[in-house]
Design a protein around this ligand. Structure first.
Ligand code: ADP
Ligand code: ASP
Ligand code: MG
Length: 417
């Protein structure tokens, strides 16, 4: 069996959904799990609903935007106004209205997940109904029936054991009858509350299905020909890469190549399941195979924006060693703030992190007694894998200055201002 994942860009409008149906028709009528993201920018629009809820502003108006977008898609796709899709959407909307009436203002992350997860429920209901109308029988699966997580809302951790057992008892029998359409990004706690796996997490959901069902491959359908040696939106000279290893993919995504969610690689690598990155715009295209060999890789460029440099100095001139180092790392770990670059001096420590003010504040509180802080914002990290020589690095850096640089034979990293 195989797993296909269609992201927001592929289902952003009615034409997109028709295109997805034609890809499934051509390439995947049997033994297939289809994992779908929310349409277009719906997740951001649902974040606006969350914002309205916590600011006590007009949640109805914010949610109306989401409803109208989907109404337009449905008007275009479903001529028969008695199609089951309309009732199913009404049920989801009623669930949202109910959530909005509840007073749970003390639990931001919980409320966020209950609301933002609805985007995937909506898109999957529409896709499933459209496929049926187009003569492609399928079973819509509520992924929360199988994807069991802890209750770390917004970054839920999948319980592999429970999920595997539900895959075996629920998903495998359905697959014997029908292809499945389900949601990426969302999961469910033991108390039956909805969770999300982190923004852009649908690639990861698909990889969990592939791993647990021992898929022969996973395909993620994107708006690019495949993996390129840089985001084509940033590097106009980016070229297509036919094949890369799991190792290269895990490195690239770790450093911030957003074409694949970083957590996607491990479940696939663990079972040696190839990941195909293909274009939904040109489905005949070969696409990139992840899980192959790295043959003559070109330099691969990755830019991570919105970075902050935190410089810490010990107030009492203690060296940054031993338990001081342990305390530093523990503070970042407890704030759940990933260290994108670090550099250590005698009595100083420099950490480059994503600009997430509430997490940075937690670090400050944890370390404030021992360290003085200074913070530089609006930076970006340029990573170049296989950079060959420094002339190449200078060319890519252009006018920007690097305020922190690290070089290994395989990887250059510069913090650019
Ligand atoms: P999805 O529709 O699945 O959410 P994304 O928008 O998250 O897809 O990922 C596709 C985007 O990733 C492309 O439009 C491209 O701008 C970006 N991207 C970043 N790095 C790369 C890369 N190395 N190769 C190809 N695309 C890249
Ligand atoms: N819809 C979610 C997001 O935009 C998950 C995903 O697209 O992968 O973050
Ligand atoms: Mg995405």
């Amino acid at each position: 069996m195989r797993v296909f994942k269609f992201g927001g860009a592929s289902v952003k409008d009615a034409a997109g959904i028709r295109n997805v149906a034609s890809i499934i028709q051509q390439y995947g009528l049997k033994d297939l799990v289809v994992v779908v993201s929310a349409t277009g920018k719906t997740t951001n629009a649902m974040e606006d609903v969350v914002k309205a809820y916590f600011e006590n502003s007009d949640t109805k108006a914010a949610f109306e935007v989401v409803k109208n977008n989907h109404q337009q898609i449905c008007n275009d796709l479903f001529e028969n106004k008695n199609n089951e899709v309309y009732d199913q959407l009404q049920n989801i909307y009623a669930e949202v209205d109910w959530q909005l009436e509840e007073d749970r203002k003390e639990s931001y992350n919980y409320v966020y997940d209950q609301l933002v997860s609805q985007g995937e429920l909506i898109s999957s209901v529409i896709l499933s109904s459209y496929l049926k109308q187009a003569g492609i029988p399928n079973t819509w699966l509520d992924v929360r029936d199988v994807m069991k997580t802890d209750d770390t809302y917004r970054e839920a951790v999948v319980n592999y054991e429970k999920t595997q057992s539900l895959m075996d008892s629920i998903v495998v029998p359905i697959l014997k009858q029908n292809i499945i359409v389900t949601q990426g990004f969302i999961g469910c706690t033991p108390e039956n509350c909805t969770t999300t796996l982190g923004r852009e997490g649908s690639d990861y959901t698909a990889a969990i299905f592939a791993n647990m069902l021992n898929a022969e491959s996973q395909t993620i359908w994107k708006d690019v020909p495949g993996v390129m040696n840089g985001d084509p939106r940033v590097f106009s000279d980016a070229i297509f890469i036919e094949e890369i290893s799991f190792n290269e993919a895990v490195e690239m995504t770790f450093y911030g190549a957003t074409v694949i969610h970083p957590k996607t690689i491990k479940p696939l690598q663990n079972k040696n399941i190839p990941l195909l990155v293909k274009s939904f715009i040109n489905p005949e295209g070969k696409g990139t195979t992840v899980g192959g060999k790295d043959v003559n890789l070109p330099p691969i460029r990755i830019v991570k924006n919105n970075q902050v440099l935190i410089t810490l100095h010990t107030k009492d001139f203690s060296f940054v060693e031993d338990e001081v180092v342990a305390e530093l790392f523990a503070a970042f770990f407890q704030a759940n703030l990933k260290l994108n670059m670090v550099q250590q001096g005698a009595i100083s420590f420099e950490a480059v992190v994503d600009n997430i003010p509430e997490k940075i504040d937690k670090v400050k509180i944890a370390l404030g007694n021992r360290f003085s802080f200074s913070i530089t914002e609006e930076l970006s990290i340029l990573t170049i894998r296989h950079y060959n020589n420094l002339d190449y690095v200078h060319k890519i850096k252009g006018e920007k200055t690097a305020i922190l640089e690290q070089r290994r034979p395989s990887t250059y990293q510069g913090l650019l201002s």
